[in-house]
Ligand binder design. Structure first.
Ligand code: NAD
Ligand code: ZN
Length: 377
């Protein structure tokens, strides 16, 4: 089958690889029809997160079931399914409490598994013609009749819509509250959209790219360009000097900005400073465990500065980590089915799998208007 393969930092290519196939009785095989490029893929693409060459990327997948193992009961050939990026068994101590981002049964050194992701098991990615889905009865969100028409909405349920929602859940965003979101990439935009769904009165989005900030305006969020103003000052101005009730971090660790803007080591201190005392923070941007080694140009993995004292004195709460996609996507799917949500408003490009290398380059270089790409194998 054709698949998008990681060849080394900033090098990916579409190659023939061995066909995905059933490996265990509870697997399903899916013919992929939509698979997104994610900001998380860029951690591997840029070489910041080490990944072995030859691996197939892609964790935001949707397609049609074409084969099931003998132990699969709920999912059938012909079903159209969206696959949460986290792979869960459904029965470990974390999965049974809905913490499927931290499944203990996956073949990974860390809690949690994902398709085509360094450090989260050896599962192959879905930027390919076919994908093997482990524990298929648990990991397939079966889509309703007629879902083809809203495929670009439903595929956002694999990751960024639930992840944006998770950020607002961790921050406990409630009706009438003000929220500041760092990062207007796809995840930050989905967090802003989720804050709107939860009834926030004021949503502020911080980024330095005009095209992304323009999208913020489409959902009536206040854009804050941190290459021009201090984001903390701007948030204080918009909240009568009080600070936002809640805050979300949707940037994570970054190594470069193609536009040449300064890349601070993390947004965490600004986040704490722009949220009021006793406010809550939802941090879904990905950070890696830190070592004492000097940061290199690729990794910038020195210890991140975080003013724990400021956080502590403000009595803030913080939730972190991978989103438990499965805990949300059934309900978010219903919002899509009933025309109450349409997350595809952020999609900028649909391209065939063959054009994935160009799409990666443009998305990584933040070429204007390349906000969210769906690959169509
Ligand atoms: P992205 O790289 O497209 O977007 C990041 C945005 O942050 C960019 O628009 C960039 O200009 C902006 N940015 C960079 N530095 C900034 C700063 N100092 N202040 C404000 N904005 C800044 O990525 P994305 O797809 O939107 O993903 C965002 C983060 O979320 C990544 O770290 C990704 O790995 C992570 N993520 C986490 C989960 C999860 O489950 N926790 C799931 C998906 C993605
Ligand atoms: Zn993703």
């Amino acid at each position: 089958m054709k698949a998008l393969v990681y060849d080394g930092p900033r090098e990916v290519s579409v190659k023939d690889v061995p066909d995905a196939r059933l490996e265990r009785p509870n697997d399903a095989l899916v013919r992929v029809t939509s698979t997104n490029i994610c900001g998380s893929d860029l951690h591997m693409y840029e070489g910041r997160t080490p990944m072995e060459t030859g691996r197939v990327l892609g964790h935001e997948n949707l397609g049609e079931v074409i084969e099931t193992g003998g132990g699969v009961e709920r999912v059938h050939v012909g079903d159209r399914v969206c696959l949460p990026f986290n792979i869960g068994c459904g029965y470990c101590a974390n999965c049974e409490r809905g913490q499927t981002g931290f499944c203990l049964s996956v073949d990974s050194d860390t809690p949690g598994g994902a398709y085509g992701f360094a450090g989260m098991g050896s599962y192959t990615g879905g930027q390919a013609e076919y994908l093997r889905v482990p524990w298929a009865d648990f990991n397939c969100l079966v889509l309703p009749e007629g879902s083809e028409e809203k495929e670009n909405d439903y595929v956002m349920l694999a990751d960024i819509f639930p992840t944006g929602y998770h950020a607002t859940e961790l921050a406990d965003v409630s009706p009438g509250e003000s929220v500041v979101i760092y990062g207007a990439g796809p995840v930050g935009l989905m967090a802003a959209y989720s804050a709107r769904l939860r009834g926030a009165s004021t949503v502020m989005l911080v980024d330095r790219h005009a095209d992304r900030l323009k999208l913020a305006e489409e959902i009536d969020a206040i854009p804050i360009d941190d290459s021009k103003v201090s984001p903390v000052d701007a948030v204080l101005e918009h909240t009568d000097g009080k600070g936002a009730d809640k805050g979300c971090e949707c940037v994570g660790y970054q190594a470069h900005d193609p536009a040449g803007n300064e890349v601070p080591e993390s947004t965490m201190n600004d986040l704490v400073a722009s949220v009021k005392a006793t406010g809550a923070l939802g941090v879904v941007g990905v950070f890696l465990p830190q070592d004492d080694g000097a940061p290199t140009e690729l990794t910038r993995q020195g210890k991140l500065p975080f003013d724990f004292g400021q956080f502590w004195f403000k009595g803030q709460r913080m939730g972190t980590g991978q989103a438990n996609v499965k805990a949300y996507n059934r309900y978010l799917a219903d919002l899509i089915a009933k025309d109450k949500a349409s997350p595809s408003w952020i999609v900028s490009h649909e391209v065939p799998l063959e054009r994935a290398p160009e799409a990666y380059r443009n998305f990584d270089d933040r070429v204007e208007s390349w906000t969210k790409v769906i690959l169509k194998p």
